[in-house]
Design a protein around this ligand. Structure first.
Ligand SMILES: Cc1ncc(COP(=O)(O)O)c(C=O)c1O
Length: 366
């Protein structure tokens, strides 16, 4: 018989079928409130990044927590899920390319306020032509490469020229800049990180001032992260911070933003004790994004964690206490790629399931 969501409400977390994702609501709320409080009353507001959890229920909570102007996402498919959930102000912080995708982008822009990153004339012309056909208006942010070396342009003359091109198209709005300081997020020393992030973002803000002096208004500069929000989010002219991981956290990100606690764990079960001191749990790379390392097990700091996992197994050493059938909580190394692997969060307080939230953006990669 299929277990329904309502059957699970009130169950101890340890009774859930494993592996599954558990969100501690008290910790989550504390993280959301901490970040919202930081931005209360500031020129710069939050635009939380959906990439972290891909759950529209959680995105709505981030908006309700305050100091937020909308949601950031990485993919058009995520933006569609967000609009379906009633969220009407969305930034797709990447380029949307391809005929069918641009048609979907325009359809979405007819339903909600959509902004998207561009960094070439080609992007602008393709979006503008498709928008004109349907009488839509799409907000464009020019992506500035402030040091990460991913997408984006740097030369201020090139930026000015592209901004003028956008302004001259009938169906695109030039709304400002996308500028993400991703190369600074993991700098271990907080003072050094603050300094490098500030210098990097200041470049985009200086280009914005130059455009303003040339009569091209840059309304928005959007960027930032969970480990640099307190550096770039306080710069004059900065309008939006796209922090993502602060909501759920994971053990690797906590090294850089320890003020946020880990709200997300993978509940796993010990399925075998094949050798002395060794326990095997029931998730592998199909249950945890492991590109930043293996999991950490709550309450077992001395466990020997494998660097790489099997598809469905994680073999852990130095856990003589573990018995077959035990439920254990694993903190993932990378929350964002882990959440993308599951269909729901079991939301718990004090170890009891109180709600189930669909991860409705999972797998929306296109
Ligand atoms: C475009 C963009 N903005 C912001 C972020 C910040 O996210 P986080 O707070 O998880 O570092 C990311 C992270 O990948 C990103 O790609």
């Amino acid at each position: 018989m299929l277990t329904t969501t309502t059957d699970l409400i009130g169950s101890p977390v340890e009774d859930l079928d494993t592996p599954c994702l558990v969100l501690d609501l008290d910790i989550l709320d504390a993280n959301l409130n901490r970040m919202a409080s930081f931005f209360a009353g500031r020129e710069c507001q939050l635009r939380p990044h959906f990439k972290n959890h891909k759950c529209t229920t959680l995105a709505l909570k981030q908006l309700q927590a305050g100091s937020a102007v909308g949601i950031t996402c990485a993919k058009l498919g995520e933006a569609e899920v967000l609009v379906d959930a009633g969220i009407d102000d969305i930034l797709i912080a990447n380029q949307v390319v391809g005929r069918r995708k641009i048609a979907r982008l325009i359809d979405l822009a007819l339903k909600a306020k959509i902004r998207v990153a561009v960094d070439s004339q080609q992007h602008v012309e393709l979006i503008s032509a498709a928008a004109a056909e349907k009488g839509a208006s799409v907000g464009l942010l020019i992506e500035i490469d402030i040091g990460m070396g991913r997408c984006g342009i740097r030369d201020s003359n090139q930026v000015l020229e592209l901004a003028r091109l956008i302004k001259n198209q009938p169906c695109t709005r030039f709304d400002g800049f996308q500028a993400y300081e991703g190369h600074t997020v993991g700098i271990p020393d907080r003072d050094e990180r603050r300094q490098v992030a500030t210098t990097s973002m200041q470049y985009a803000l200086d280009v914005a001032s130059e455009l303003n002096r040339n009569g091209v208004e840059v309304a928005i500069v959007s960027g930032g992260s969970s480990s640099t929000y307190d550096a770039t989010g306080i710069l004059p002219g900065m309008k939006e911070v796209q922090a993502g991981t602060y909501a759920t956290m994971d053990w690797s990100y906590r090294r850089w933003a320890a003020e946020f606690e880990v709200a997300l764990t993978i509940l796993a079960r010990v399925i075998s004790r094949p050798r002395e001191g060794v326990g095997v749990v029931d998730f592998g790379v199909k249950g945890m994004g492991d590109e930043f390392g293996g999991p950490q097990f709550v309450g077992f700091p001395d466990a020997d964690i494998p660097r790489s996992l099997s598809e469905e197994h994680c073999t852990v050493g130095n856990v003589p206490q573990w018995k077959v059938g035990d439920a254990v909580h694993a903190v993932p190394s990378h929350a964002c790629t882990t959440c993308n692997l599951y269909r729901q969060f079991y939301v718990a307080t004090d170890g009891v399931v109180i709600d189930v939230w669909p991860i409705d953006g999972a797998g929306r990669l296109a």
